[in-house]
Each structure stands twice: as structure tokens, then as C-alpha cells.
Design a protein around this ligand. Structure first.
Ligand SMILES: [Zn+2]
Length: 305
């Protein structure tokens, strides 16, 4: 990623929503349902797809609303000094940034011109949100399964005088020393720190491994959290990688590393950029798809992130 995107026209090839959370829910057991009798009259269609509606704070201006075909779309309108309309769809819904003086007519026309893209994105987000809501969060108990580099490790809670957090790679166990009175949220925070430390260690290793292959040197590296991006890179060579990648298989993490390094040669998502990525990571399409798919399946570990 190069910069925060508000432009619908920008290619959104790598803008993965970071679905932070989520564990592959057990496949629902098929239940034989009785066939309902044919209805005597036609019931109104049940809305199966819901569009996300941006949250509104007490001091925020009210949401705007526009009818696009049969869909009512709520959006946040922001003004800026920019000269064109910008659109962003995230988990929270649609955000429109328009020139300071643009009349509402103009804004609505711009939205309609983009409605296909907007509705597609909104439905996608809405569906992923629904999927996420169906998955129960991880319970922070002894024996909990935590995703680490694409497979599960087992959390062992052990009474201890001093807190510790040690990963035994051979048994794929994370041993956490639980001091008297340690609360669940503290256990969760401790594990989060461990994941973040692991992310730093592994990212550093992989950046150093791949930088010569991409033919670049980077200036600095930091982990990012929250947000909706897997990674970012500045012209100055400052790379940021989302620590939650540590839940994913190493190959996917490598893809993101190569992607960000490649931006040091091509600060865009042009064919030339993808050619650079492809030299080092040929199956980038597969990795992109896998990241997207797996992000929807990740368990809810740190819901507040
Ligand atoms: Zn990128």
C-alpha cells in the first residue's frame, strides 16, 4: 500500500480489510428441515444482504442518505480542499469526501456514477461482517487454540509465582504463567504482546531475507496494529507491517513483505510493480486470494483491535 485510499479510481489490489478476528467456525451440521408448505400469498422478500451503516458519534453531523436502485445507502460526507469526489468503503460503510463548495446535487451525481462499485464493495463488507459476527471469540482458558503462522498452538495456563510466556515450538504450546489474581483480560494482553514480539522478530527476518532478492534496502520497519492494512511503505523506505499477519502461514506473510519491498522500486500498483513482485513471489495472485479468504476465517482473538 502506498497511501490511505479515498479514491475509487485507485487500484485497490491489495487493500485487504483486516478482519481482525475470526476462527474458522465449525462447519454447520446440516439439519434436515421440514419443507415448509407453499405460502398462500407472497410474503415480502426477506433482505438477505445488509449494507453497513456508518456509526455516528454524538458530535458528528447526521448521516446522509441516497437511494441507489432498491438500496438505501447511508454515508458520511466530509468536505475537503480536494477538487474531485473521493469514495471509500470500509467495514463501517461508505465515506464520501467532496470539494468544499460542491453542491449536494453534484455529490449525488458523483455517487450514482460510482454506484456499481459502491454497492459491490458495501455488500462485500456487509457479508464479511455478518460472517465475523457468527464466529465466537476465543475463550482465554487453558487449552485454547491460537492461530500462529497458519496453524494452531495450544495455550497452557499454569499457576506461577511470576508471570511468564514461553513458546515451545516442539509441542506447539504457549506456556503462560498465571500469577494469583491475574484476570482474563490480562492473559489476553500478555498473549497479544507475545504475538507482537513474534511478529517483529519474524518480519525483521523476512525483510532481511527478501530485500536483496527484490534489490532494495529499506530504511526502517515497525509493526502496525488496528487499521485495515496489511502493510505500507513510504518513499523514504519506512515499512510498516500489521502484526496480525503472524496468525497466517509464513508464505502469506512473505507475500506482504515482498509486496512492500517491491514498492521501493515501484511506488504504485502498476504492471511494472507486479512484475517486480512476481520475480520474487510468482504466485502473488494466489497469496492475495488466500489472505482475503483466511482473514474471514480467523478467530476473534482481540476484538478491540
Ligand atoms: Zn501496495
Amino acid at each position: 500500500m502506498t497511501s490511505p485510499k479515498t479514491d475509487a479510481n485507485q487500484p485497490d489490489l491489495f487493500a485487504q480489510e483486516l478482519v481482525a478476528t475470526l476462527k474458522p467456525a465449525p462447519a454447520p451440521t446440516p439439519v434436515a428441515r421440514p419443507v415448509p408448505p407453499a405460502p398462500l400469498f407472497k410474503a415480502p422478500p426477506v433482505p438477505t444482504r445488509t449494507l453497513p451503516i456508518p456509526p455516528v458519534g454524538p458530535n458528528d453531523p447526521p448521516l446522509r442518505k441516497i437511494q441507489l436502485g432498491s438500496h438505501t445507502v447511508h454515508y458520511v460526507l466530509r468536505r475537503s480542499a480536494r477538487r474531485s469526489h473521493g469514495f471509500m468503503v470500509c467495514d463501517d460503510g461508505l465515506f464520501v469526501t467532496s470539494p468544499n463548495r460542491a453542491p449536494l446535487d453534484d455529490i449525488e451525481r458523483a455517487i450514482r456514477a460510482k454506484q456499481r462499485w459502491i454497492l459491490t464493495k458495501l455488500f462485500e463488507r456487509g457479508e464479511r461482517r455478518a460472517l465475523r459476527a457468527e464466529r465466537p471469540p476465543v475463550e482465554w482458558v487453558d487449552g485454547a487454540q491460537l492461530p500462529y503462522l497458519g496453524a494452531d498452538i495450544t495455550l497452557r495456563l499454569e499457576p506461577a509465582a511470576r508471570s511468564h510466556c514461553v513458546h515451545d515450538a516442539a509441542t506447539r504450546t504457549l506456556h503462560l504463567g498465571v500469577t494469583p489474581g491475574l484476570e482474563t483480560w490480562q492473559i489476553r494482553e500478555r498473549v497479544k504482546l507475545w504475538f507482537q514480539d513474534e511478529a517483529k522478530r519474524i518480519f525483521r527476518e523476512r525483510l532481511d531475507l527478501y530485500a536483496p532478492h527484490v534489490g532494495v534496502t529499506y530504511h526502517s520497519f515497525a509493526i502496525s496494529s488496528a487499521g485495515t492494512r496489511w502493510g505500507s511503505c513510504t518513499v523514504a523506505g519506512n515499512i510498516r507491517l500489521n502484526w496480525k499477519l503472524v496468525h497466517y502461514p509464513l508464505a502469506l506473510l512473505d507475500y506482504v513483505v515482498v509486496h512492500e519491498l517491491a514498492h521501493l522500486r515501484e511506488m504504485n500498483h502498476s504492471p511494472a510493480f507486479w512484475a517486480v513482485v512476481g520475480e520474487v513471489f510468482p504466485d502473488y495472485d494466489g497469496a492475495k486470494a488466500a489472505l482475503k479468504k483466511r482473514s474471514v476465517e480467523m478467530p476473534v482473538l482481540f476484538p478491540d483491535e
